[in-house]
Design a protein around this ligand. Sequence first.
Ligand SMILES: [Zn+2]
Ligand SMILES: [Zn+2]
Length: 263
Amino acid sequence: MIVEQIWTGNAYRNFNYLVACGETGEALAIDPLDFRKCLELAEQRGWTITQVLNTHEHGDHTGGNKAIIEATGATLIAHRDAGGRIPHVDRGVGAGDIIKVGKTVELECLDTPGHTMCHICLLSHTDQPALFSGDTLFNAGAGNCHNGGHPEELYETFRHQLDRLGEDTLLYPGHDYLVNNLAFTLDREPDNEVAREMLETYRDQDPDAALVTSLAQEHDINTFFRLQSPSVMARLAEEFPEIGDNPDPKTVFLKLRELRNTW
Ligand SMILES: [Zn+2]
Ligand SMILES: [Zn+2]
């Protein structure tokens, strides 16, 4: 499996992806908003884009569909319930469905509601797994729930799906929010030295060659994975005394999500 992360350079800071089979040169384009960059890169590499996947229905993920499909004839894949919101879906997928790319790549669909209720993450079946997480999980952060999502569903997705992924899983999110999210982590957990060092190192990183974290690193720096951290809980209780000294993980998650909305 060959992965190309494509920085769009837009105000929303989107990442697009090409995932290719090294044997056949067939490629899957994930959320190819910047269709020109995706098409150019595929051409440079000698790849053929045969499939497009939208992780969810938001315009900054679907906006390149028409142009890329006109140029390549690729089939369009999305959550099976997204059909009303994404035009011209050829294949609707749900939990456990497999997307094959060429001969060598298999990607498993995870049904991950929360950011929206029709959100798919892809988990590669490779020696070193990779997660294409759309707007569900970001470097050091979690998706918002303003536009068609629900925080409680997002918590359930973290608890029952993301928490179970292997530590060596590489994270390929839909946006570059690393620096802002690390600042939020440090606001919530000022003694998090791993996050502090990462922020210093990557504050001015080139998004064209962005840091790719593993889930092991995310467990250290992502507040939404650190629900039982004593300092996260103590800081939160300062703001929300009603949660008490020993809040359950769901309460912590929901309060963090609420704070991040206005932070
Ligand atoms: Zn979104
Ligand atoms: Zn987005």
